[in-house]
Structure formats: structure tokens, C-alpha cells
Design a protein around this ligand. Structure first.
Ligand code: DGL
Length: 267
């Protein structure tokens, strides 16, 4: 089936985290029409139960696909992907790219064979993470820590608020203070919000740590899945779609515009 040039790519997250996935994708496909959907009414996901995420995400993606007719959807959220990726794929008739913790690159990079997975509480307890660790890091100690405060920090940063440096420090301590944490050399940013505060994490680290995440890999995957398709000749403004349009969301407008999202509307 031919795909119309104006058919968008759909990115989905609970909040602004998916922008860390959208950034590399826009760099790879600068004229791709973009719909960026944030489930602001359901935010945050990381403190919700598996059942809540599994009930919410496939239904929302279904509504978004019906309304915006994207050529491909990216679940730009580790929490939603590790819990609901297969249900979303089963429900939609377009390609769906998930975001799962970058454990494979971390295992390749770690010299001490001790690395950390920093995600949401919901992500770090997923069997999906156990499987990735067993498959790619069987000879490694894989430390895990969930931080809801770091998710809030990323949202606050993009609203232009003043940030408390203790939040990044505490999130890293959750890994560094575990047994063997003193030898950890790589940290997987296993929540899409966290690359948005990588500078704050690096500044809070007591020594040099390597941070890895999946943004570039997902951009390559999108390129692969859309090869041969046509795109507009020039970039058009993208659109942010939120499930609740309130004053907190309105304060994100300048940050969203930095990612080409000039318009915000409610689903
Ligand atoms: N950005 C999301 C993730 O990658 C979830 C953040 C949240 O809503 O708790 O896990």
C-alpha cells in the first residue's frame, strides 16, 4: 500500500519524555510530519500498576491512530512498552516501534561488568527487563532503581522551572549505594524522560559515568521501517496532542516548539 507523504509519524508517551526519542527521529527525517501525543491525564505512568497501564495504553493508541492516521507509531515510553507493547501491536494495523531499556549497548560498553538501569518503578520491576539482562548481560551485575522524582524533574525542566540538584543526586545514589554500586560504570536511562536531564545527572555524579539510551536506535528503526516511502519536500509544523490541556501543559509550549511542535490540542 502506498503511504501518502503527509501521513505522520505518531510518538506516544505519558508526558514530555518521548521528546528524547522524537529528537533523533527528526534529525534523521527532518520533513516527517509529526504528531506527538502525551497522556497528560494519565501521567505519571511509572507509579501505576501493570493492569492500569495495560488497560489504558492500547485503547488510547487506538483512538490516536483513528484520528490522525499515522504511517507508524512509536511508543516513546519504556513503562508503556515493557508492559503493553504486544497488546498495542495486536490492536493496530500499522507498524509499532517500542522503547525498551538499552541493556544490550550497556552490556557492550561496561568495562567493570556492573551497570545500572535507572527507570520508573514500574519499568524496573518488569520481567521484560529480567529477560534483556539475562540475554545481553548474563556476565554482568545489573543494578536497578526506579525514580518518580526524576520524571517530575524532566517535566519541570521543560516547563522552565528552577531545578533542585538533590533530585538527580538521590536518583543516582539509588544505584551507587547498592552493593557493588561503587564499581558501576554505565547507566541505562530506561525512562524516556531521563535523557532530558542527562546534564543534571552527569553534574550530580561523583565520578564519570556513561549514560546510554535508545533514541538513536529507534531513529534507525523508523528509517528502516519507512524506507521507500515518500515524505513532504519541506518541514511542516508538528502537533502536540494531550489528553488533558491545562495550565501545566500550556507552560510546555516553548519546549515543544523547540521540537517543531507548534500547536497543542486536546484529544
Ligand atoms: N517516560 C516514561 C518512560 O519512559 C514514563 C514516565 C512516567 O510517566 O512515569 O517510562
Amino acid at each position: 500500500m502506498t503511504v501518502a507523504p503527509q501521513a505522520p509519524l505518531l510518538f506516544f508517551d505519558s508526558g514530555v519524555g518521548g521528546l528524547s526519542i522524537l529528537g533523533p527521529a527528526r534529525a534523521a527525517l527532518p520533513t516527517a510530519p509529526i504528531i506527538y501525543a502525551a497522556d497528560s491525564a494519565g501521567f505519571p505512568y511509572g507509579t501505576k500498576s501493570e493492569a492500569e497501564i495495560a488497560a489504558r495504553v492500547p485503547a488510547l493508541l487506538g483512538r490516536l491512530v483513528e484520528r490522525y492516521r499515522p504511517r507508524l507509531a512509536v511508543i516513546a515510553c519504556n513503562t508503556a512498552s515493557t508492559i503493553a507493547l504486544s497488546a498495542v501491536r495486536a490492536a493496530l494495523d500499522i507498524p509499532v516501534v517500542g522503547t525498551v531499556p538499552a541493556i544490550k549497548p550497556a552490556a557492550l560498553l561496561s568495562k567493570s561488568r556492573i551497570f545500572g538501569v535507572l527507570g520508573t518503578d514500574a519499568t524496573v520491576r518488569q520481567p521484560y527487563v529480567d529477560r534483556l539482562a539475562a540475554e545481553h548481560g548474563a556476565d554482568c551485575t545489573v543494578l536497578r532503581h526506579g525514580s518518580a522524582a526524576l520524571v517530575e524533574l524532566a517535566e519541570a525542566k521543560l516547563r522552565g522551572e528552577r531545578l533542585d540538584p538533590a533530585i538527580a543526586r538521590d536518583a543516582l545514589s539509588g544505584l551507587l549505594d547498592q552493593p557493588e554500586g561503587d564499581r558501576m560504570d554505565v547507566v541505562v536511562l530506561a525512562c524516556t524522560h531521563f535523557p532530558l536531564v542527562e546534564a543534571e545527572l552527569a553534574a550530580a555524579a561523583p565520578r564519570r559515568l556513561t549514560f546510554v539510551h535508545g533514541g538513536e536506535g529507534i531513529a534507525r528503526r523508523i528509517l528502516y521501517l519507512t524506507q521507500g516511502q515518500s515524505w513532504p519536500l519541506t518541514p511542516r509544523p508538528g502537533k502536540a496532542v494531550v489528553t488533558r490541556l491545562d495550565s501545566e501543559v500550556a507552560r510546555l509550549a516553548p519546549a515543544l516548539a523547540d521540537y517543531g511542535l507548534e500547536q497543542i490540542e486536546a484529544l
